[in-house]
Design a protein around this ligand. Structure first.
Ligand SMILES: *Cc1c(COP(=O)(O)O)cnc(C)c1O
Length: 398
């Protein structure tokens, strides 16, 4: 790009012309109705766009733990983990995450984005291949790029397609990486089949369970528990802490050698400041609440079932997802933006997701349910969506 503002303005104008320019909304505070209510533009809206599946993001215990820890240790960690930034709250959280995921060790990262870069850049190099699901999260793609590996995409949730790619070059060393629950679609990766394909080819299988941990499985251990897969089947597990656990950060769990290699070699681990200890303390509290209060998981699934039944009856074009991620498939960027505006007028905050986050022609409203929602709020969403979808269909027909 040329070094002048006209070049920048032209790039921005091109986004606007395709209805793909994004904007941020400043959240001015929590709403008076608790749960997932918020204030934006001076109005109270009910938030159906967060990843706060268990309703822990505003729970008082993690917030209190964070405050108490900050009062003792200060607001910042002061250095990276390998210098002087690694504190006892980080160490305890790593032990608790290893126990929770039933792995030998866990390693804390500042973000899931960085955890994915670290894992792929450490497990693959430029002579090797990384196979990714066509709809996987952007951070896995960027991880494969950072590794310098040959990047191959297999068909969405299609283990046979991954197997065919492996068979094209049976001598090559490969890593297969996938979301456990797809972040924009809500469906599950076919992990039993992928694990079998990976094991047969002696390829690593990396599972990014950002949206399954805390939510899926009989005890909330995520998509691997849901499918009954052990660490032999899925040796590398990535989890994020800013979603169901309502806090911030991420981790990689696996056997001791894997984690030690990341500590020694992963640049996104080594060359960055350790996250504040207070954040780790908040996550520890959230993990305790999530484990003690299984009703939160049951509740978000019950609200999801209520939403699906009502929305399908109202003619809302839902995707085939049974998780709390419930995309409403409207297709065009114009249709989702129009539906978003109508929902906002009805007091509901549901964000339009457009390309390049999702493939062209598959723009959608990404509805997410939370244990913090009430039944009445879910019912209000169903009614408003029914009207918005009818109107969007009429507009696109006109
Ligand atoms: C959110 C998300 C990430 C990134 O995690 P952050 O902690 O927000 O950086 C990675 N993978 C998937 C599948 C995600 O949905």
């Amino acid at each position: 790009m040329k070094r002048n503002s006209a070049a920048l303005e032209a790039a921005l104008a091109q986004l606007a012309a395709g209805q793909l320019r994004r904007s941020r909304t400043t959240i001015e505070g929590p709403g008076a109705h608790g749960g997932r209510s918020l204030i934006a533009g001076g109005r109270e809206l009910i938030d159906f766009s967060s990843n706060d599946y268990l309703g822990l993001a505003r729970h008082p215990l993690p917030a209190a733990a964070q405050g108490e820890c900050a009062a003792r240790y200060g607001a910042g960690s002061g250095a990276s983990h390998l210098v002087s930034g690694h504190g006892s709250e980080h160490a305890r959280l790593e032990e608790e995450l290893a126990a929770f995921t039933q792995r030998e060790r866990a390693l804390l990262f500042s973000t899931g984005y960085m955890a994915n870069l670290a894992v792929l850049a450490s497990l693959a190099d430029r002579n090797e291949r990384v196979l990714l699901d066509r709809l996987c999260h952007a951070s896995l793609i960027d991880g494969a790029r950072l590794a310098g590996a040959t990047l191959k995409r297999y068909g969405h949730a299609d283990a046979a397609s991954a197997e065919r790619l492996l068979a094209q070059d049976p001598e090559a060393t490969s890593v297969i990486a996938t979301d456990g629950v797809f972040s924009m679609d809500g469906d599950l990766a076919p992990l039993p089949a992928l694990a079998a394909v990976a094991q047969a080819a002696r390829a690593w299988l990396v599972v990014d369970d950002a949206h399954g941990l805390g939510v899926l499985g009989a005890s909330g251990r995520g998509v691997l528990e849901h499918f009954g897969l052990d660490s032999e089947a899925a040796p590398v597990l990535i989890g994020t802490l800013g979603k169901a656990f309502g806090s911030f950060g991420a981790f990689v769990a696996g056997d001791a050698a894997l984690i030690e290699l990341l500590v020694q070699k992963a640049r996104p681990y080594i060359y960055t400041t350790a996250l504040p200890q207070g954040v780790a303390a908040a996550t520890r509290a959230a993990l305790r609440v999530a484990q003690a209060e299984g009703w939160r998981r049951e509740r978000v699934h019950a609200l999801t079932a209520r939403f699906r039944a009502g929305a399908l009856t109202a003619g809302v074009p839902l995707a085939a997802s049974t998780t709390p991620i419930q995309p409403v498939m409207l297709g065009s960027a114009a249709a989702v933006l129009s539906a978003q505006r109508q929902l906002q007028a009805a007091g509901l905050w549901v964000v339009a997701i457009r390309p390049p986050t999702v493939p062209a022609g598959s723009a959608r409203l990404r509805v997410t349910l939370s244990a913090a929602h009430s039944e009445a709020q879910v019912d209000a969403l169903i009614d408003a969506l029914g009207e918005a979808c009818t109107r969007a269909a009429a507009e696109s027909a006109a």
